[in-house]
Design a protein around this ligand. Structure first.
Ligand SMILES: [Zn+2]
Length: 375
């Protein structure tokens, strides 16, 4: 099948929407009703889309809503973080069929990360009794720097032996389907745009904090990429000029203050005992101070981002904000205090839509959106 650019636009709208009527598609893309009728008829015959419920749009007859056909394509999403690697299979509606997770340290020998990853993928497919040849596209999100053509991992600050690995070719040769790669902050922003709360929002930022920090910046519905694919490296901006050396080579990076291991380290460095989260629950003063300090650091970093990009919403993800809500409160308070008051007039701070699955949904959204472009 070869789709022209209008057909791709129509398929993209339907694929990532929550039900589109033909009339609404025509209005949205400034195309004639006749064109939409013809194109959607072909899509229905090819099984790309399906008709759903009829809804009333005020005057006139009811409109049938169109959806992506869930069984048309199967996607594999792989989310590679510094601490854990997550695998998933999903249908064309991005409903998860199977998921699996392993620790980064299981991908051994370290010197052969690519082969180790292939073995883990095969194990995953065997576990869910899935056929690798039935996958239509693979999306990979990685917390690292990818090259301009998005074929190769150039560097992964939080894990060794990923440098200059051409993941796209490696997986393409094994599974014989299109493979797409991007930095995980960007894939997480795609998840929010295509399947989450940001469907109608043009300017927003997604920030995910766990064992590292990933961020994706969407400007006027387009992902900010930068000339070397490094735009959005929020975790590696300097937050403390006197801070310790980061694995990226810089000193005092935000990641050295605000990640699970660094918060624990700060807590113990200030004389705390036991686990930070347990002490927080008991209202321990040292635990509270650690959260206030980290919330301020993130808030200062994000107030700079707000002044630069004037987003409508910042979506913040990461389990530590559930465990220690003060961290989020202090982040919000600092942004309100420090960012320009006109930039924050309508600024919203919300949690991300998919919790721990943000990266997985992002990798799948990457596979789905880019596959449409190849049809
Ligand atoms: Zn760094």
């Amino acid at each position: 099948m070869t789709l022209n650019s209008s057909e791709k636009q129509i398929l993209e709208l339907i694929s990532f929407g929550q039900g589109w009527s033909r009339k609404k598609i025509a209005e949205s893309l400034s195309l004639t009703q006749g064109t939409i009728t013809n194109v959607t008829k072909n899509f229905l015959e090819q099984g790309l889309i399906m008709e759903g419920e009829r809804v009333s749009s005020g005057m006139g007859r009811k409109e049938v809503l169109l959806y992506a056909h869930p069984h048309k394509f199967t996607y594999m999403g792989i989310d590679i973080g510094g601490h854990a690697v997550r695998f998933s299979l999903a249908d064309n509606g991005l409903e998860l069929l199977h998921t699996h997770e392993c620790l980064m340290e299981e991908l051994t020998p370290e010197e052969q990360r690519g082969e180790a990853l292939l073995r883990k993928i095969d194990e995953f497919l065997a576990l869910c009794d899935a056929d690798g040849t039935a996958i239509d596209a693979i999306g990979i999100g990685i917390t690292g720097i990818v090259d301009a053509a998005q074929m190769t991992v150039l560097n992964m600050p939080n894990a060794e032996h990923w440098d200059n690995l051409n993941l796209v070719s490696l997986l393409n040769e094994r599974y014989h389907c299109p493979v797409f790669l991007d930095e995980s902050g960007r894939t997480m922003a795609l998840a929010e745009q295509m399947a989450g709360q940001a469907r109608d929002i043009g300017d927003f930022i997604v920030v995910q904090v766990g064992y590292g920090i990933a961020a994706g910046i969407m400007i006027d519905r387009r992902l900010l990429r930068g000339v070397n694919n490094t735009a959005g490296l929020l975790g590696h901006i300097t937050a403390d000029p006197n801070g310790s050396r980061c694995r990226c080579g810089n000193y005092g990076c935000l990641e050295n203050i605000l990640t699970f291991p660094m918060l624990e380290k700060d807590f113990h460095g200030r004389g705390g005992s036991g686990r930070l989260a347990d002490a927080y629950r008991l209202n321990d003063k040292i635990a509270i101070d650690v959260c206030l300090n980290a919330g301020q650091a993130l808030g200062i970093a994000l107030s700079n981002v707000v002044n630069l990009f004037n987003p409508e919403t910042i979506y913040i993800g990461g389990p530590m904000f559930d465990v220690m809500p003060l961290l989020l409160d202090e982040t919000k308070r600092t942004i309100t205090l420090r960012a320009n008051r006109f930039s924050t007039l309508t600024l919203q701070l919300d949690r991300t839509s998919f919790g721990p699955r943000q990266g997985i949904i992002g990798a799948l959204a990457l596979a789905k959106s880019r596959l449409i472009q190849t049809l």
